[in-house]
Design a protein around this ligand. Sequence first.
Ligand code: SF4
Ligand code: SF4
Length: 254
Amino acid sequence: MVDLDVEEPNSGLFVKGKLEETNPVYKMVPVWEKDKCTFCGNCQKVCNFNAVIQLHTQVLVFPKLCHSCYACSELCPTDALPMKPEKIGEIKTFHQDNLTFLESCLNIGQEMAVQVIAHTNKILEKDYQGQLIIIDAPPGTSCPVIEAVKDTDFVLLAAEPTPFGLHDLKLAVDTMRKLKKDFAVIINRFGLGNDKIWEYCQRQNIEILAKIPNSRTAAELYSHGKLIYKQIPQVKQEVLKIANKIRQLSGEPK
Ligand code: SF4
Ligand code: SF4
């Protein structure tokens, strides 16, 4: 299991595993070496992200805007912008029984969530090939979501039955279709709001895999870091449907 919601990972609240290792994640950023600079202005011209600017006899680098594309560094005629590593996050590995849990986390104040997710994906590809991997992806449809789901075989879209939830679900469905991903929907807090998500899924021929009932008890258990399926039978029933689907997709018997 992997938490790729790197800006606010929370799956770890429900996994009481033993911390096995912590690996830093770095991104490469240019560092200006004044003595070598001829103030040609090339670096500013080639940066698409305004992460480096030349002000008369000063070159300023803004590491948080830098996308580590190397253009300024490679195209500087005097090698005055060597790329150096900067720590932007870390990946913690926990073990609990037969579960390995990776928590991927972006440092506070950093903005390049995609780079931390991409680094975690590389670890998954290298060390966990062929294993069943369940990813907790960030919400929305922006770049971190695309990076988190790009190598997955199947996506579960969780939506709440409210106008806001329907709006976001439509965007997520469009995104998954553009990415050519197989997906299904889980309605969270079912019973709240209206039936519009159900109607939308019917019209669009989208499978609704499970309906997690709306319940104050669930919210209270969740806020204490407890697994709600263990204490609310209707939730357990719905979670089993999700588990069976995952087993079916991964070729395991139900
Ligand atoms: S490209 Fe290199 S030499 Fe030119 S201004 Fe930038 S740092 Fe200085
Ligand atoms: S590495 Fe790329 S993104 Fe970063 S400052 Fe240089 S040109 Fe801009």
